[in-house]
Design a protein around this ligand. Sequence first.
Ligand SMILES: *Cc1c(COP(=O)(O)O)cnc(C)c1O
Length: 303
Amino acid sequence: MEIQTSAIPLQHITDAVTKKHEINLFVLRLDLNHPHISGNKLFKLKYNLEEARKQGKDTLVTFGGAFSNHIAATAAAGKEAGFKTIGIIRGEEHPELNPTLKFAANCGMQLHYVSRDDYRNKNILSFYKSLHLQISDCYLIPEGGSNELGIKGCKEILQNISVDFDFVCCACGTGATLAGIILSLKNNQKALGFQVLKGENYINKEVHTWLQTFKYVPKNNFKVEESYHFGGYSKVKPELTEFMKRFEKENNIPLDYIYTGKMMFGIYDLIEKGYFEKGKTIIAIHTGGLQGNAGFNKRFGYG
Ligand SMILES: *Cc1c(COP(=O)(O)O)cnc(C)c1O
């Protein structure tokens, strides 16, 4: 699965806030990198699919919640690359599939529902057994596509960036994308991660562990912002949805509720607080996730 990183749009934002604070803000539109395998998930899948093929596997098995961007992306990538796909979904089966699962099923993904407890234990051998799968046919991709090969793919997100930047920002669920970005930084550059789940020092620790795996010693060149999760994963507040609407209207860039909305809110809050010096250049990575908005709007009545 080749990714044309040079074709990914880098959109310059010039609104009242960036002008007032003299900040050069760009949004790297990974949400536009593929019609169905959007955002960072395409980068995370790239080397995993290559490895699955190398190992002669014909089936991709993975995990996720019912609104998971990773489930949707894996289903579409499997269809495109000629793999069978199996999604093990956390929670109960509902009579009507939500838009994410409908999309995955339409791509040919077999969906299996497991209780939250079984999901947490992720006993893969017992899943294989109950689904009558041959281990030798299956390539396992962890939740979120977050493994070493996923991070290797994320190292390529910034490879064709045409502007010299000081900061790069991304939203963090597992921290794998942030780890890949850190691995690709130049000496004068810093990465900022925006944690979308509750938990003190959670992503920071995960990222340090990933960096160790790659034998990389961070040089004080990244920070995880922990105060923009709005109450936790998939939690929102009116302040956030209002910001997202305004941002989309002014800049013609849609954001998702779970990840990119929170990151962008955090970036603007930091700009307003004077966190970035005048004249600095920031790249905000739009990691995609827009497929999840349809289900979110339906479930929570936003939109
Ligand atoms: C999965 C996802 C993330 C989080 O990526 P991690 O590598 O798990 O931190 C961020 N943004 C979007 C839109 C995602 O789908």
